[in-house]
Design a protein around this ligand. Sequence first.
Ligand code: SF4
Length: 287
Amino acid sequence: MKINKIEPQGYCHGVINAINIANKILQNNDIKKPIYFLGSIIHNSHVIKDFEEKGIITIDEKGKSRLELLDMIDEGTVIFSAHGVSPQVYKKAMEKGVNIIDATCPMVKLVHNKMDKYLNLGYECIYIGTKNHPECEGVLGISDKIHFVTSVSDINNLNITSSSIYVTNQTTLSIYDIKDIFNELKNKYPSILIDDKICNATTIRQEAMANQKKVDLCIVVGDTKSSNTKKLVKVSNEHAHINTILCEDLKSLDKSLLKNVKSISISSGASTPPYLVDEIIDYIKKL
Ligand code: SF4
């Protein structure tokens, strides 16, 4: 079996930053207890389980916003995830008197700052993202004046008359899909100021996926909640035209898919622990 490990792999700097912050908190004996993650600190269940074993409690519930989840925390320390939070979450946590630790990725913080800047300058602001993703919840919470676009078809419903329009986006979208959305926006609003904020870690991984050599099967290792992981699968399927699957770990790998497969490529999301990839590679090598 030929195996092509697609580089780069491993944690992105935003994930490393969040993990380092959580580890430092655990080592600090003076920190107010209990310690909570408000939502998943990063989107990987293995990493979260590891922190839970070390004593950090994750407050998460499908369908609940960060603001709603905060209702379940009344004391101790709350760690905001790499995806960032809205100003309302910050305010509510301060009012509750809990100790706040912010593990927001600097790239996401940059999007918040730019959005703030252009709203204050009086621009009509558009944000492109995914419904119910925590990163989008954080940015959209900056102002109810932000127009939210999830696909090209949403652009038809935009009714903006100002000539000062600013658009930015979620950091982990597909570099291909966003081009279509930006082009459509430019057609409708020629003076629009486009500020592409797909992060470097996302861009270089997607480019590597699109340009990979032909193989029978591509495996992307990562969490089903992880936006950047899901986009790697999409890019590989749609732009490298390779049958591609998402797999959380060796246990969840559907081994029947490896039948009659002679060549495999492996990539992983920016929040996937490298050992999960190595375990799958070792298994395939032994076949
Ligand atoms: S994928 Fe990009 S935006 Fe998300 S945590 Fe990593 S560096 Fe930050």
